[in-house]
Design a binder for this molecule. Sequence first.
Ligand SMILES: [Cu+2]
Length: 141
Amino acid sequence: MASKQVLVAVVAAAALAVAFLPGLAVATEYVVGDDKGWTLDFNYTAWTETKQFVVGDTLVFEYNSGAHNVVEVGGPDFLSCTKPANAVVWNSGEDRVTLDKAGRRWFFCAVGQHCQNGMKLKITVLETAAPTPQPAPAPFA
Ligand SMILES: [Cu+2]
């Protein structure tokens, strides 16, 4: 019986930890594409759909520096895969981009036809993590 009580306590503690996690606001580092990195033949749209980006988080683009690069552009240039002359370009092969403000950001690889072939990443950065549902407040007594 004692072991069952211990189990209940552990489960309760874990539930509490999960419930308070969003409040900790720990900056998260996202390796773009996870173990695949920044590459061709990867669906970055699907990748972003499972993430929630918040101000203070960091994107890390990992790739072979001779094969790819990372360019940050505006929305219209993102759609047309156009790299403006004044675009910010990263090419270290391990580029860290801090998400320092809320809003949309657009990145693509400007090597060859990589952008046209889907090597592009669009994200939305939130001011704070989306709130988790809270229990309704107790009615006034
Ligand atoms: Cu590329």
